[in-house]
Design a protein around this ligand. Structure first.
Ligand SMILES: [Zn+2]
Length: 117
């Protein structure tokens, strides 16, 4: 069996026979790094999974919340009307969305889950 250098520490390691395509050695530092990396990749593939962009920070989120709260207070009629006309559509949309999401997760082309979410 051929050995190959670790993606991170460049040390040559024997690949696990159960995971022959493994690119990272078994050192805890490298495994941790691999886990973080796969989480980052997963997030990039699933941008809508998280409700807001963390890079913008909590201040940004708070501003958005405040803004929409003020808008709702100023436009109670619009909010009520919107809810009436959209609640059915929205529920249907969420059902479809969740079904697609579950199917995608089961399928072969599903993006890899992070090891620990
Ligand atoms: Zn390594």
């Amino acid at each position: 069996m051929e050995t190959k250098p670790c993606l991170y520490c460049k040390e040559v390691f024997p690949p696990n026979k159960y995971a022959p395509r493994q690119k990272v050695c078994s050192r805890p530092e490298c495994q941790k790094r691999r886990q973080l990396e796969s989480m980052r990749v997963w997030r990039e593939k699933n941008p809508s999974y998280f409700k807001y962009d963390e890079s913008k920070g909590l201040a940004w989120l708070e501003t958005q919340r405040k803004r929409s709260r003020i808008w709702r207070q100023k436009n109670p009629e619009k909010v009520r009307l919107y809810r009436q006309t959209h609640s059915t559509q929205y529920r249907q949309y969420m059902r479809d969305y969740m079904r697609r999401y579950r199917e995608l997760k089961k399928g072969k082309n599903a993006p890899a889950d992070p090891q620990s979410p």
